[in-house]
Ligand binder design. Structure first.
Ligand code: F0G
Length: 380
């Protein structure tokens, strides 16, 4: 049997496209290299000729796409001599920061909004030994506090305003192009701070740039780190579609939202940090923003689990909810290839999942007859 080299994470794989030195100590948990799954049952059910793939980022080491950015952010923080990282978070960033800080042997401080983070994410931050500061406020207030305190204490911010985060996250676009042999026609993401949509655009632009120069205004965010000059890998770029939760949709309102609310707590953000970059991405790619109600988001989450066997968290399902609507209304034409990023694993938020499926459990006596009857009554 031929042996393949062991996969050792995205920094090792893409080191020629990342701001890494040969002797940099890499803090990795084997992140990246996530499956790109072609949906088979949902397209058939909606009766449309479209190729929909989901990039299952929930299969990263801590269960979300944040690990792509965190391996870079923590690696660089350690390289620069930092002993502590800090972030504000709706949950996934704190879980990822806690895990990578543990791996690096440094401290993670995380500010989370009280009562508004999913149980799995809280468990992760706790078990990895992060110092958890639960604030009586929302993510946006936490983010502001993190920026202020980092001026006064020796901590490195690992939110996506840290430019290394987006450099790590751009690799998701590389993986997609490598698997499809081209960029998709549309790439759809849930949008909160808008860091991830920006990172994907940087990745697509970099892979389609012949010169290796900065090819997008958003790319200036890399602060000079797009340094590859090896020629274009691919000729096309996707239209970028960003979907928000209706109660938390500043890009749809055209202004910041002060009291965002949604069941998709991961994207309960009213003051996106990458506001300007996201507008640039929309303009440059020819894409659009749209919003989905909580009911649409939960319906899409359930559709994915029941029709495709794929369990993502509510925020992630916003991309699928939005795309199904835009396919149905013809904004996305038949014949298109579409990638939706499923940003986080469904196990992150067991409460919401169980809350959706109250009727799924039947209690019976521990005897053969009721078990057999239950089976015969439920065959499909
Ligand atoms: N999906 C999930 C599951 C997320 O956790 C986040 C952001 C997003 C989408 C939005 O990504 O902010 O780059 O537009 N979560 C952050 C956190 C805010 O703290 O975990 P974005």
């Amino acid at each position: 049997m031929p042996f393949r080299p062991r996969y050792t994470g995205l920094i090792d794989k893409y080191r020629d496209r990342l701001p890494i030195h040969d002797d940099t100590r890499i803090i990795s948990l084997g992140e990246g290299n996530t499956p790109l799954i072609r949906l088979s049952n949902i397209p058939r059910a909606i009766g449309k000729e479209v190729d929909i793939y989901v990039k299952y980022e929930g299969l990263n080491p801590t269960g979300s796409f944040k690990d792509r950015g965190m391996t870079m952010a923590v690696t660089k923080a350690v390289e620069e001599g930092s002993r502590a990282v800090i972030c504000a978070s709706t949950g996934n960033t704190s879980a990822s920061a806690a895990a990578y800080a543990a791996r690096a042997g440094i401290t993670a401080f995380v500010l989370i909004p009280e009562g508004k983070i999913a149980l799995g994410k809280l468990a992760q931050a706790m078990i990895h030994g992060a110092v958890i500061l639960q604030i009586r406020g929302n993510f946006d207030q936490g983010m502001q506090l993190v920026k202020e305190v980092a001026e006064e204490a020796p901590v490195t911010i690992v939110n996506s305003i840290n430019p290394y985060r987006l450099q790590g996250q751009k690799t998701a676009a590389f993986e997609i192009v490598e698997e499809l042999g081209r960029a998709p026609d549309y790439h759809c993401l849930p949008v909160g701070n808008a860091g991830n949509i920006t990172a994907h655009w940087i990745g697509y632009c970099e892979y389609s740039s012949a010169s290796g120069d900065h090819v997008t205004a958003a790319c200036t965010f890399c602060k000079g780190h797009c340094m590859y000059a090896g020629g274009a890998v691919v000729g096309n770029r996707p239209k970028m579609l960003g979907y928000q939760a209706a109660g938390s949709a500043p890009f749809m309102r055209g202004k910041m939202v002060d009291n965002p609310d949604t069941v998709a707590t991961a994207i309960r953000i009213g003051h996106p940090q990458s506001w300007d970059y996201a507008w640039t991405v929309k303009e440059e790619s020819g894409g659009w923003f749209d919003e989905c109600t909580d009911a649409e988001i939960l319906a899409a989450q359930r559709l994915l689990t029941e029709k495709e066997g794929i369990f993502c968290e509510p925020a992630s399902a916003a991309s699928v909810a939005g795309v199904l609507r835009d396919i149905a209304n013809g904004k996305i034409p038949e014949g298109s290839s579409i990638v939706c990023t499923l940003t986080g694993h469904g196990l992150k938020d067991p409460d919401t999942a169980i809350g959706q499926c109250g009727e799924a459990i039947v209690s019976i006596d521990a005897a053969l007859e009721p078990v057999r009857d239950a089976i015969l009554g439920n065959l499909r």
